[in-house]
Design a binder for this molecule. Structure first.
Ligand code: GRF
Length: 220
């Protein structure tokens, strides 16, 4: 059997994406293992989820560090000790330093609850509603020095409905996050990602779908 991809998952909150990764691993649909979960927030519910599944956890309170560099230095040490192959940001609310990005170059991915490059940053479900877009969604991308600007690996699209608020839209998007994040990690585990500048090609992807989607729907 091929070796399992070793993951370090960084969280700050609820950890529902972490949970979906754990569930896929336990179901046998994701050939990976989580070596460590790190949270900057000791209250993050994701820590409880990880412990329930016997996954090692570390808490790094950013308030205990003088600056970002010191915080990242400790984070790097923890992740290197755990021997991780891929760093998965799952609701991790910290900006990473240049050093961190350099050490784990091409090995850091993030999930963002909008269809990038639209709506980078925070509170993006509300921003999508305020703008009046008919579709939003989620994006898994490589992490680079910008905010949510790295090369895109996979996206999912959801409609924005007339009576949506930020919470209903976030929930619709989150359901898709829980599908595409494990899928993106699987691409890594199976060695199917070819990155060429901004372009990420997935080798041997199945079931290409060329159908357009419409919102509101087309009427015949
Ligand atoms: C998700 O919406 C993710 O896209 C964003 O932060 C949220 C984390 O949710 N980066 P959870 O902690 O995985 O439930």
């Amino acid at each position: 059997m091929a070796e399992l991809l070793k993951l370090g998952v960084l969280i700050s909150g609820s950890g529902s994406n972490l949970q979906s990764i754990i569930d896929h691993i336990e179901k046998g649909t994701l050939p990976a293992q989580i070596k460590i979960v790190v949270s900057n927030n000791p209250e993050a519910y994701g820590l409880t989820r990880a412990k329930k599944h016997g996954i090692p956890c570390a808490v790094l309170k950013h308030q205990n560090f003088l600056n970002r560099e010191d915080f990242d230095c400790e984070l790097i040490r923890i992740l290197q000790n755990a021997g991780v192959d891929l760093i998965v940001l799952a609701g991790f609310m910290r900006i990473l330093t240049r050093d961190f990005l350099h050490i784990f170059e091409q090995k850091i991915i993030n999930i963002h609850p909008a269809l990038l490059p639209a709506f980078p940053g925070t509170h993006v479900q509300q921003k999508a509603i305020d703008y009046g877009v008919k579709f939003s969604g989620c994006t898994v991308h490589f992490v680079d020095e910008g905010v949510d600007t790295g090369p895109i690996i996979i996206q999912a699209v959801v409609p924005v409905l007339p009576d949506d608020n930020a919470e209903t839209l976030a929930n619709r998007i989150l359901k898709e996050e829980h599908k595409i994040y494990p899928q993106a990690i699987r691409y890594f585990a199976e060695g199917r990602i070819i990155k060429n500048g901004r372009h990420v090609e997935i080798k041997n992807f199945r079931n290409p779908d060329h159908a357009a989607i419409h919102n509101p729907p087309l009427e015949r």
